[in-house]
Design a protein around this ligand. Structure first.
Ligand code: NAD
Length: 473
């Protein structure tokens, strides 16, 4: 809470929830139960620094909802971590999982440290100690609570967690499923790195395939030929730009913190990435012009704007100058509630973060399933499918007396690898989630925006699952 923000992050999530709850018919008691954080574990533990001093570390794990188990959600390493933030992020995970039909409750963890101030050895000791604290209280496990990477953590930390968990639980056959976002060599799944950007692309593509929605926005259906602006050339922005370009859209501008570049003919994200790596800046990329301020990119004429960097970048001040027809929230919280009000007035469609950037958690779910089944995706069916396809193609060629070309032959014969199945599962997930939210919005035109429709969808699903469990009888 601050002078500018009269309510905390968790309270602001509750406000969005309450706004959407008005469009549902659930009992107040059920709504209160959905909103509440079920378990909050606050801990302190010591770590011996490399210089021999002892430091007491503050850390959290929050399980927002047990309507589905296990809980799932990232672990954040940041000196901004506090209980309210972890509770808010855990609750958002509950709603995000419900929207994309991932059968997990929401969870989140946080350790209040700036990882840059610690050696790798110290980080390993902190991560392993945090894991053993979670084990002590049964706050981690493939059937109870499954952490994942978040701000300040990645594959390395997840590998430390699974190793610590497995050593404390000898013989637990599903131990690898205690955490997701692991390296492939430790039980991770192929296709996770690009998952969020690919999910953003699939979600926006589905919106662009909706003829009525496109008509209202004054756009033609489809992705090909659309102009796209991307803010942030990190993991999410890079992959989003890549999949749009490969599908025939023109990425006309890319923005990074040091500046932004524009080329109406379209930019290739990999060439720009290499230029930035070699020159130290995105600016002066051959064939493009530099914009005066990096934030000017957000106000360019374009069909689709993808903020994929930070929160609060589009707010009450600059939203009136945004000219995009569609905003795809790849980052978490890039648009403020004041910006949402402006978009409603201007008829801009804002596709909300809560489901649009759910590619990461969706693929986490696939990783967990892989760990429980103890088999790589594609192992059982790849060869069978290839043999079958080869036979079918052979028969068709024999009967028709014609041969397909080499490119088509390769495509038809190809049996699914793990990455193909993960991408395909993600595509199905994002298409279904987009349609479900749009159907709710169309059925109730008094819902003001797609964000509220997404919340309504989440509330209905969580409330329904409490009904299934018979908890309130
Ligand atoms: P990242 O650190 O890889 O990339 C962020 C990029 O934004 C960096 O290249 C950074 O230089 C750039 N940036 C910083 N300030 C900027 C500014 N003012 N203008 C333009 N660019 C700026 O992070 P990421 O993993 O790509 O995450 C980006 C956003 O997406 C975050 O909000 C994150 O919470 C959200 N998100 C990420 C994932 C995931 O799987 N990585 C999943 C869901 C949501």
């Amino acid at each position: 809470m601050s002078a500018h923000q009269p309510y905390s992050f968790f309270q602001s999530v509750e406000r969005s929830f309450d706004k959407a709850a008005k469009f549902t018919n659930w009992d107040l008691g059920i709504l209160e139960q959905i909103k509440a954080c079920n378990s909050v574990y606050q801990m302190r533990f010591p770590v011996k620094r490399d210089d021999g001093t002892i430091e007491v570390i503050e850390a959290y794990r929050v399980q927002h909802s047990h309507h589905k188990t296990p809980c799932n959600g990232g672990i954040r390493f940041s000196d901004e971590v506090n209980q309210d933030e972890v509770m808010a992020l855990a609750s958002l995970m509950t709603y995000k999982c419900a929207i994309v039909n991932v059968p997990f409750g929401g969870g989140k963890g946080g350790i209040k440290i700036n990882p840059r101030n610690y050696s790798v050895y110290e980080l390993e000791k902190i991560t392993r100690r945090y894991t053993s604290e979670l084990v002590k209280k049964n706050f981690i496990g493939p059937g109870t609570d499954v952490p994942a990477p978040d701000y300040g953590t990645g594959e390395r930390e997840m590998a430390w967690i699974v190793d610590t968990y497995a050593s404390l639980k000898p013989g637990e056959i599903d131990a690898a499923g205690c955490v997701t976002g692991k390296p492939v060599t430790q039980g991770g799944v192929r296709g996770r790195k690009e998952a969020t950007g690919l999910g953003v692309f699939f979600g926006i593509r589905e919106v662009c395939n909706m003829v009525d929605t496109m008509q209202k926005l004054g756009l033609s259906p489809g992705i090909a030929g659309k102009t796209v602006v991307v803010q942030g050339l990190g993991n999410v922005g890079y992959h989003t730009a890549k999949f749009f370009r490969e599908s025939g859209a023109k990425v006309v501008a890319l923005a990074e913190y040091e500046g932004a570049i524009y080329n109406p003919e379209g930019l290739n994200e990999e060439e720009v990435f290499q230029h930035r790596k070699n020159s130290g800046s995105i600016l002066y990329f051959p064939g493009s012009v530099n914009l005066a301020n990096t934030s000017d990119a957000l106000e360019l004429e374009c069909d689709i704007l993808i903020p994929a960097a930070l929160e609060n970048v589009i707010n009450g001040e600059n939203a009136p100058r945004v000219k995009a027809k569609i905003i795809g929230e790849a980052a978490n919280g890039p648009c403020t509630p004041e910006a949402d009000d402006v978009f409603i007035q201007k008829g801009i469609l804002c596709v909300p973060d809560m489901y649009l950037n759910a590619g990461g958690v969706t693929v986490s779910y696939f990783e967990w399933l892989k760990n429980l089944s103890h088999v790589r995706y594609g192992r059982m069916e790849k060869r069978f499918t290839e043999n079958m396809n080869s036979r079918i193609l052979g028969q068709i060629e024999e009967m028709s007396g014609k041969q397909v070309n080499d490119i088509e032959r390769k495509f038809i014969l190809h049996g699914p690898e793990e990455v193909d199945l993960v991408h395909s599962g993600l595509e199905e997930t994002m298409i279904t989630a987009t349609r479900e939210i749009m159907d709710i919005w169309i059925a109730n035109p008094s819902i003001p925006d797609m964000r509220t429709a997404a919340y309504v969808n989440a509330i209905n699903k969580v409330a329904n699952s409490y009904g299934e469990l018979g908890i309130f009888q």
